[in-house]
Design a protein around this ligand. Structure first.
Ligand code: ADP
Ligand code: MG
Length: 469
């Protein structure tokens, strides 16, 4: 690749990642060569290579391929004067590797940090258990307390009471974490126990391989000889008929032997499309618990715990008041994103040697915060406000000038101005085609009233919170 092309590629990266990220992470990358689908970079430190491959690899790969250069993976070499050590080279690996272990760099290198559970079934390529996913590190709150309690119960071992245990819920809510925690707990209580954890995808892969190599007897034998079987993300086998069938038989054989089965899925078994009815009903026979979306308290709890855990990596880490609250408030999608944000913040702060305050947070996480900005609509505001004041939505939008309608209308206009990016004329249009000066007047009025009328101030605050929740 020519310098010129690399220069253009960097310009595009700058646009995507923002000036701050660019200066810290992309600019120091020195492209060494592109050869046989591998782009090799010189980086000043190992840490940096890890961080880039963890956070920007897919983006960089994408840009390479967009510019007509076929690149499948990135490799990083620590620059000449330091010992040259390639760093977790493939993009796929990098993307799959646990974020924290990588980005925290020193002391948390994968090879040392990751204990893999060895089992007699190792040939099966069971997925390794993540040492960070234990009950100790799992923060319990309202949304996950049931799932947690059920997982704890199963983790105690003993007679099988509910079979299977099905944990379901959206992405990043802790299903895998809980399954690993159960496995660790069982192993600790009884090291002899054959605990097999794998994803439904791996199950299918092994099954297909056994078919191809005519080793179905081995396959059946191995799967039927485990004590505890955990299959993660079972929705994956929906629509894959022969895999489902084999899964069904494995399942039945184990249940008959009174062996514990633990399953996770991204939705309730009954709602998984293209999952055979007999599999569905089998899954529903056990205990089905869901992980609800996180709430603010749980998110804050998780953040506080993670900060605590990272004290050892960053002894002089300082976080200003309000930062964790901001993150818990704004990043409501899933825990993985939340963790990623924190990781990035720590790495960034330690690199530039600054306290993590609001400014640094806004700078470093601009993209995440922007993406998580929930788009509140004018209509939503009108609905909430009319509910709040107990009037009809049509009265908020309509022409009536009664005080009991006009005030809520102004409150709604004020909130539209504050919480959406709509212009005054646009807002006017949504309020029955009113003029933008009317909206401006309404907004001003509420601003004034908020200062002198405690009730209005409270109304506005309540509504804002309800809308942002
Ligand atoms: P899922 O399998 O449901 O998609 P994971 O179990 O992989 O989600 O969780 C995503 C990340 O969030 C993991 O790093 C996990 O440790 C973390 N996480 C999720 N829920 C919690 C929790 N309640 N306490 C601590 N960490 C959590
Ligand atoms: Mg998972």
């Amino acid at each position: 690749m020519t310098d010129d092309k690399w220069g253009q590629l960097r310009q595009r990266l700058l646009k995507t990642v923002g000036q701050n990220n660019f200066t810290t992470w992309i600019e120091p990358l020195e492209l060494d060569q592109v050869n046989a689908g591998v782009a090799t970079f010189h980086v000043p430190t190992n840490f940096m290579g890890n961080y880039v491959s963890q956070n920007f690899a897919d983006l960089i790969l994408h840009e390479f391929n967009m510019s007509g250069e076929s690149v499948q993976r990135l490799a990083f070499k620590v620059a000449a004067n330091s010992p040259t050590r390639p760093v977790q080279p493939t993009a796929a690996e990098a993307l799959e590797a646990p974020a924290v272990a990588q980005a925290y760099g020193a002391g948390a290198q994968q090879s040392e940090g990751m204990g893999f559970v060895k089992s007699p079934l190792e040939e099966l390529q069971a997925a390794p258990l993540d040492p960070r996913f234990t009950f100790d590190s799992f923060v319990v709150g309202k949304p996950n307390e049931l799932a947690h309690a059920a997982a704890r119960r199963v983790g105690e071992g003993g007679p099988v009471t509910f079979n299977p245990l099905v944990l379901y819920g959206g992405v990043g809510l802790g299903k895998t974490h809980l399954m690993h925690a159960i496995a660790w707990e069982l192993k600790e209580r009884n090291p002899e126990l054959n605990v097999l954890y794998l994803s439904a995808e791996q199950f299918m892969y092994r099954f297909v391989q056994a078919l191809r190599e005519r080793k179905m007897m081995d396959f059946k034998h191995l799967f039927r000889s485990v004590d505890v079987l955990m299959v993660d993300d079972v929705q994956f086998i929906a629509g894959k008929d022969s895999t489902q069938e084999e899964f069904f038989h494995t399942f039945n054989a184990l249940v008959d032997q009174n062996k514990q089965i633990i399953i996770s899925a991204d939705r309730a078994p009954g709602e998984i499309k293209d999952l055979e009815d007999r599999v569905k009903s089998r899954l529903q026979c056990g205990l089905v618990v869901d992980l609800h979306p996180t709430d603010y308290e749980l998110r804050l709890g998780i953040l506080q715990t993670k900060v605590q855990q990272n004290r050892k990596n960053y002894p002089d880490l300082k976080i200003a008041d309000g930062v964790l609250e901001l993150l818990a408030h704004r990043i409501s999608t899933n825990v993985r994103v939340l963790e990623g944000a924190l990781t990035r913040l720590f790495a960034f702060a330690s690199l530039v040697g600054r306290e993590i305050d609001m400014d640094l947070t806004q700078d470093c996480l601009a993209d995440v915060l922007r993406a998580s900005e929930r788009k509140i609509t004018v209509e939503e505001i009108q609905r909430k406000v009319s509910e709040y004041y107990n009037i009809r939505m049509s009265d908020i939008i309509g022409p009536k000038r009664l005080r009991s309608y006009a005030r809520p209308r102004q409150v709604a206009m004020y909130l539209c101005k504050q919480l959406t990016s709509r212009s005054l004329p646009e807002i006017g249009r949504r309020f029955g085609g009113r003029d933008h000066t009317t909206v401006m007047h309404g907004v001003k009025r509420i601003e004034e009233l908020k200062l002198i009328d405690g009730q209005i101030a409270e109304d506005v605050e309540m509504l804002r919170r309800a809308l942002e929740a």
